[in-house]
Design a protein around this ligand. Structure first.
Ligand code: MD6
Ligand code: FE
Length: 221
């Protein structure tokens, strides 16, 4: 049998550049997936997944929770970061050390040496759930990247440009893949196409995504 040295082995880490500052670290946290999912279960036992309402009055198909010193929320008043979970009136659960270590290490790998996330948005997609094209612009310090970890079912990530009309690249994100995103493409439009039916050994019929951010000082309250 001959081995092609250049073929990708299943689950071997490899890096894909989408644009300057936007990298996919494929299979970067595959081994940690079970422990990350266990942490998600512990966090969402305290701060349950919920379907937020957009300022325009629509119920998001993605269910969300957060950990860290602030969490991303949406309601009729708008999008913002809040130190309090509006569902429980308590602070969000702390960000686990293991989350922080992986996010910082992924950012370093992509060349962002000073990433200090204070918020981790946890997204849960059931079959058919999607995230329409959007920009992440509620953070006050756009010099810091965003680090995004995919777990459970795979999904197609759409990555566009600085305007909504720019053509999108499509990337399949599987469990263990990490997207690090900053610098010149920090404000690029992006989204997730409807998640297809499937079964993940540990996440069942869900895709789970963790996005780590540094929201900047002076959070809007
Ligand atoms: C998701 N991610 O993968 C949604 N935003 O479920 C995002 O919206 C996102 O992956 C900014 C940077 C990376 C991301
Ligand atoms: Fe986003």
């Amino acid at each position: 049998m001959t081995m092609d040295l250049f073929s990708q082995l299943p689950n071997e880490p490899w890096v894909e550049e989408l644009a300057p500052g936007a990298l996919v670290l494929h299979h970067f946290v595959s081994e940690q997936a079970p422990s990350l999912l266990a942490e998600v279960a512990a966090i969402t036992a305290v701060a349950p997944f919920r379907h937020l309402i957009t300022p325009g009055g629509y119920r998001m198909s993605v269910a969300m929770s957060n950990c860290g010193s602030v969490g991303w929320v949406s309601d009729a008043r708008g999008y913002r970061y809040s130190p309090i979970d509006p569902l429980t009136d308590m602070r969000w659960p702390a960000m686990p050390e293991s989350f922080m270590a992986l996010a910082v290490s992924a950012a370093r790998q992509a060349g962002f040496l000073h990433f200090q996330p204070n918020a981790c948005l946890i997204n849960r997609y059931d079959v058919g759930a999607k995230l329409s094209l959007h920009q992440d612009k509620d953070e006050l310090d756009l010099r810091q990247p965003i680090v995004s970890i995919s777990l459970g079912l795979p999904a197609v990530f759409q990555f566009g440009g600085a305007s909504r009309e720019a053509k999108c690249q499509k990337v399949l994100l599987s469990e263990g893949d990490v997207v690090v995103w900053g610098g010149p493409s920090r404000l690029n439009y992006h989204g997730i196409l409807p998640v297809k039916a499937g079964f993940s050994p540990r996440a069942g019929a869900y895709r789970i995504n963790l996005t780590f951010r540094y929201t900047g000082r002076a959070e809007k309250l």
